[in-house]
Design a protein around this ligand. Structure first.
Ligand SMILES: Nc1ncnc2c1ncn2[C@@H]1O[C@H](COP(=O)(O)OP(=O)(O)OP(=O)(O)O)[C@@H](O)[C@H]1O
Ligand SMILES: [Mg+2]
Length: 457
């Protein structure tokens, strides 16, 4: 029988010590020692050298992905759950993690696979209430348990195809004295579940809480261990939620899933462009951008407000856009497009609680701000994409064709895009070389045919 001892290891330098210190005896860092278990395998056979195999000779039985029945979740996972993989789903409290995963388990069970839900947060009765509301989850097995060893033994014995652990922060290993949810406990739980899921072939989904600064379960301890990290975002008070992968060993990390919270659970929104990508005709301070999330083009409404400010340092407030990106766009607008914003507060918001990271959205943000500052609406039925350079020149955006296709699909008549974007009849492309030209072309009072922006119809 292996003897298990507890030791304290520095997360920075790895120094191990039998007792806890506030200051690491190895590197002198403060507060870095965490408790962990060390198995003392007295009877283990001695290690021996092994012969590597050429990769080409490795036989793979191309494991079929398990569909979760939730199309948007499958898309973010890269086409379904990979058997025996470990997925971490993070998100703020109440965003809908338990709801989404219970629907997924229900669909897995209906598809004839075995699904197990280990709940540490809610009682069996609470989960069954939710299951009754969502419907279709009658055959999902449920286990209310927080003791790690029991959970692992159950998984080894039951070998379900998919198991959801809600949440990893509630699991605790009896050998560790630290409280459930501490770094030591969470790391131990994930490490052991990783081994069990690989050995027993259980696709395991861990629910993780997000800390104040947005990291999953403390200082990113889990993200290296698991195969996939999914972030569930969105304002708890808005109906729309966005699921994205921040790490995926089996697929793209840029895919995006959009959901709407309804009484019957989270419903996927297959065409988010239709939902987010429109402005009210004639509205000042709103522009439609065509951004690319992974392989998915998405039309989004960007809104801006420019208001006079008494502050020495006027506010630049961004929701859904990187604040540094916003500061840069405001500066370029001031310097290269003749828009004086130095004494104005600028607020920018992206519709639907979506966060845009792609630089292709720059031009839409700039147009919304320019429209707000000049008090003129953006051309009716127009969308924009393109990256803004510090010199005021527009850089071509990647995959312009896909974006134009998306615009065409949703009835956009005109697209303001960087020079070099291939012209097409529908939507009409207004190619602009500089930000100044794009602003001139994009605001309604200056119809298309200005000097720099040639209407290529
Ligand atoms: N009857 C209902 N109709 C509509 N929405 C509901 C209903 N019941 C719950 N919700 C929504 O479900 C959300 C809670 O979902 P869920 O319990 O799945 O979140 P969670 O991410 O698991 O939260 P936690 O981190 O607290 O476990 C609530 O914010 C609420 O918006
Ligand atoms: Mg929950």
């Amino acid at each position: 029988m292996a003897r298990v001892t507890v030791q304290f290891t520095c997360t920075d330098c790895g120094t191990a010590s039998p007792r806890w210190f506030g200051k690491c005896p190895g590197c002198g860092a403060f507060g870095t020692l965490v408790e962990e278990l060390r198995g003392d395998d007295g009877g283990a056979p001695p290690a021996r050298a092994r012969t590597p195999v050429p990769l080409g000779e490795v036989s793979v039985d191309e494991a079929e992905r398990i569909s979760t029945g939730v199309a948007e979740l499958d898309r973010v996972l890269g086409g379904g759950l990979v058997p025996a993989s470990l997925v971490l789903v993070g998100g703020e409290p109440g965003v809908g993690k338990s709801t989404l995963l219970l629907s997924a388990l229900g669909a897995v069970a209906r598809g004839g696979r075995r699904a197990l839900l280990v709940t540490g947060e809610e009682s069996v009765a609470q989960v069954s209430l939710r299951a009754a509301r969502l419907g279709g989850a009658e055959t999902v097995g449920i286990l209310a348990e927080t003791e790690l060893e029991t959970v692992c033994l159950t998984l080894e014995q039951e070998r379900p195809d998919v198991c959801v652990i809600d949440s990893v922060q509630t699991l605790h290993a009896l050998e560790l004295s630290s409280a459930p949810g501490s770094v030591a406990q969470v790391r131990e739980a994930t490490g052991r579940l990783l081994r069990v899921s690989k050995e027993s072939g259980v696709a395991t989904i861990l629910v993780g809480h997000v800390t104040k600064d947005g990291a999953v379960a403390g200082p990113r301890v889990l993200e290296h261990l698991v195969d996939c990290v999914l972030q569930f975002e969105g304002d708890r008070y808005l109906a729309h939620r966005v699921l994205r992968a921040t790490k995926n060993r089996f697929g793209s990390t840029n895919e995006l899933g959009v959901f709407e919270m309804t009484g019957a659970g989270l419903v996927g929104v297959p065409e988010p462009s239709e939902l987010f990508g429109s402005t009210h005709p004639g509205e000042v301070g709103a522009a439609v951008g065509c951004v690319l999330e992974g392989t998915r083009p998405l039309l989004l409404e960007v809104q801006a407000l420019v208001a006079p400010s008494d502050l020495a340092m006027p506010r630049r407030v961004a929701t859904g856009v990187d604040p540094r990106r916003l500061a840069m766009i405001v500066a370029v607008l001031g310097r290269h497009a003749g828009l004086a914003l130095a004494t104005a507060d600028v607020f920018v918001n992206v519709a639907g609680g979506v966060r845009i990271e792609e630089p292709g959205a720059d031009l839409a943000v700039a147009l919304a701000i320019a429209s707000a500052a000049r008090g003129m609406p953006v051309l009716e039925g127009a969308a924009a994409f393109g990256e803004i350079g510090l010199t005021g020149r527009l850089r071509p955006a990647s995959q312009a064709d896909r974006r134009l296709d998306e615009c065409g699909k949703f009835g956009i008549a005109t697209v303001i895009a960087p020079e070099g974007t291939a012209p097409r009849p529908r939507p009409r492309v207004l190619a602009a070389e500089t930000l100044r030209a794009a602003v001139r072309a994009g605001l309604a009072e200056h119809p298309a045919a200005t000097g720099d922006a040639a209407a290529a119809a």
